[in-house]
Design a protein around this ligand. Structure first.
Ligand SMILES: Cc1cc2nc3c(=O)[nH]c(=O)nc-3n(C[C@H](O)[C@H](O)[C@H](O)COP(=O)(O)OP(=O)(O)OC[C@H]3O[C@@H](n4cnc5c(N)ncnc54)[C@H](O)[C@@H]3O)c2cc1C
Length: 242
């Protein structure tokens, strides 16, 4: 392992083993990580992992050694957590998740980020693609009971979208092409007037959609910025966004 790789490993710090790998659909795998570090993790709903998926692989460029994946589920007393990784990118992360096996070691670091569960609203609209689904499930489970939640979760094939960790299906699924800003804005014009009380939006996934919807909520609906939570998960022009 090179010196640079050792430095990188110290950035991702924690070590865990893969104890479960399940294909959730044709394009998503659930990976369970088990390790002592997870018992001590200071977990906040909406946080994610920086995973050192390329560490130890000499043919992988430095910039491609780390990828971000959301914590879908965590059980600190038993020392495990689950992530759901989509394969649409065909990048290093996608190759890694297809090839990884139970028993493999994974290096990771928990990151709080700024796309966290906020329970201060009465009603929520959640929008995202396959890559953001597990994150939005986590947010949905942590905004408090009896909240009004509307959603537009989409993928190119509806069958790729998977239920939550407890088997529940709290979201509405749609079959849409990439970057479907116009279709989603048209649906939002129907949905938003039905939301009651203090409203909040969570938008994640395709960066182009995050930009378009942020503008729509701010400029057309005049929502306050702090009520529009967006997190670009990927950008067609870039690799390994964080
Ligand atoms: C905070 C955060 C949390 C995230 N959580 C998750 C998660 O839980 N599950 C998950 O699957 N992803 C998640 N992502 C997205 C994931 O990190 C990116 O999709 C990442 O680029 C995948 O790495 P890769 O090596 O497979 O592809 P890259 O090498 O990064 O990209 C290769 C090409 O594919 C494109 N691309 C990347 N992702 C997608 C995609 N989803 N659909 C279509 N094209 C894509 C890129 O634009 C690029 O052109 C998260 C991102 C962030 C920032």
């Amino acid at each position: 392992m090179s010196i640079l790789e050792k430095i990188l490993k110290s950035v991702v710090l924690n070590e865990a083993s893969i104890t479960e790998k399940v294909a959730l659909s044709a394009s998503v795998f659930k990976i369970r990580l088990q390790g002592d570090g997870i018992r001590k993790t200071n977990f906040i709903p909406g946080s994610f992992l920086r995973m050192g998926i390329g560490i130890g692989k000499e043919d992988v460029a430095m910039k491609d050694k780390i990828r971000s994946y959301s914590i879908w589920n965590i059980n600190r007393s038993e020392g495990f957590l689950d992530v759901a990784i989509a394969t649409h990118s065909n990048g290093i992360g996608s190759e890694w998740v297809k090839a990884c096996k139970v028993g493999d070691t994974v290096y990771f670091k928990n990151k709080k980020g700024n796309f966290l569960a906020d329970d201060t609203a009465d009603s929520y609209i959640m929008v995202g693609d396959l890559s953001a689904l597990s994150h939005l499930y986590m947010i949905n489970r942590n905004i408090g009971k009896d909240k009004q939640v509307a959603s537009i979760i989409y993928s190119q094939q509806k069958s790729e979208l998977f239920p939550d960790i407890d088997g529940g299906s709290p979201f509405d699924f749609y079959e849409l092409e990439q970057n479907p800003s116009d279709e989603i804005i048209a649906k939002l014009k129907e949905i938003v007037p039905t939301l009651k009380g203090k409203k909040m939006a969570y938008i994640a996934g395709d960066s182009r959609l995050c930009v378009a919807l942020n503008q729509f909520f701010r400029n057309e609906l005049n929502w306050e910025t702090k009520l529009i939570k967006t997190k670009p998960f990927w950008n067609p022009e870039k690799k390994g966004l964080e």
